[in-house]
Design a protein around this ligand. Structure first.
Ligand SMILES: [Mg+2]
Length: 265
């Protein structure tokens, strides 16, 4: 059998290679493009991993997690101090309010929206920026120093949460605050909330002596259950932890706001 002409056999190999190199789809897929961030530095493979990790913890795909991966502390710090954190909050609030507007308010004061407090209404970033941006192996959670921060009563409001809180009041919802803070922090918590613009809540529920030792999921579920027994309808619930939202006696709609710093079961 005769062999093909030499020119033909060369083009047989070279042409597909040229197509591969010229095809823009192939070029984009195989290029390593590192875009500069606002601070002028470039993203790395660690950043890509950490953004995936953050998505996994926010969606609860990670389930219970203990500490921030040490390779992600810088990435989490950039997220919390950059524009993305506030933007994520804004988008969640927009969806929550869109749902809230569909709720038929009965006018009997029984239509409830529940808010968690820490990392939901109030931000403790002022504390965590001095403590490794969350719970990591090098910075385990220290309840003593955190409580010292809480009693200062200087935690700022999230702008998006305050916007949502006031809009829900205007729509006629009864606001219930359900927090893992202890009963002995009631006064400082109320003052902190009022100082930054929150007002008009129906109840502030804190952990009492009977709630000590309970998981957050159980404690919060029990408190929601009591509200339902009292005739309240829990339409919405907003928290930064899945334990604010899951368990039993759950709200019709739950809205998880971001928190890549720690996980409370
Ligand atoms: Mg919280």
């Amino acid at each position: 059998m005769a062999s093909p002409p030499r020119a033909l056999s060369v083009s047989f190999f070279v042409l597909p290679l040229l197509v591969l190199l010229i095809n823009p789809a192939t070029s984009i897929r195989t290029s390593i493009i590192k875009l500069p961030r606002s601070d002028g530095s470039r993203s790395t493979a660690a950043d890509t991993y950490c953004e995936s990790w953050r998505l996994a913890v926010e969606t609860n795909n990670a389930g219970t997690w203990g500490v921030l991966p040490s390779s992600c502390v810088d990435s989490v710090a950039r997220y919390l101090n950059g524009d993305q954190y506030g933007s994520d909050y804004d988008v969640i609030v927009d969806y929550a309010l869109a749902f809230a507007k569909t709720v038929k308010i009965s006018g009997d004061g029984k239509d409830v929206w529940i808010f968690d407090i820490d990392e939901t209404l109030l931000t403790n970033i002022g504390y965590y920026k001095n403590h490794g941006y969350g719970v990591s192996r090098s910075e385990p959670f220290d309840s003593k120093s955190f409580n010292e921060w809480v009693v200062q009563g200087t935690a700022p409001a999230f702008a998006a949460s305050l916007r949502m809180y006031n809009a829900l009041k205007k729509l006629g919802f009864t606001i219930v605050l359900l927090t893992g803070r202890d009963e002995d922090q009631r006064n400082v918590t109320e003052k902190n909330l009022r100082d930054v613009g929150y007002s008009g809540w129906e109840r502030l529920i804190l952990r009492g002596p009977d709630d000590q030792g309970k998981s957050a999921t159980n404690y919060k579920s029990e408190q929601r259950s009591k509200l339902i027994d009292q005739g309240f309808k829990i339409h919405g619930n907003t928290g930064d932890q899945w334990s604010d939202l899951l368990g039993f006696a759950v709200a019709d709609r739950s809205f998880k706001v971001p928190n890549p710093m720690y996980y409370i079961p």
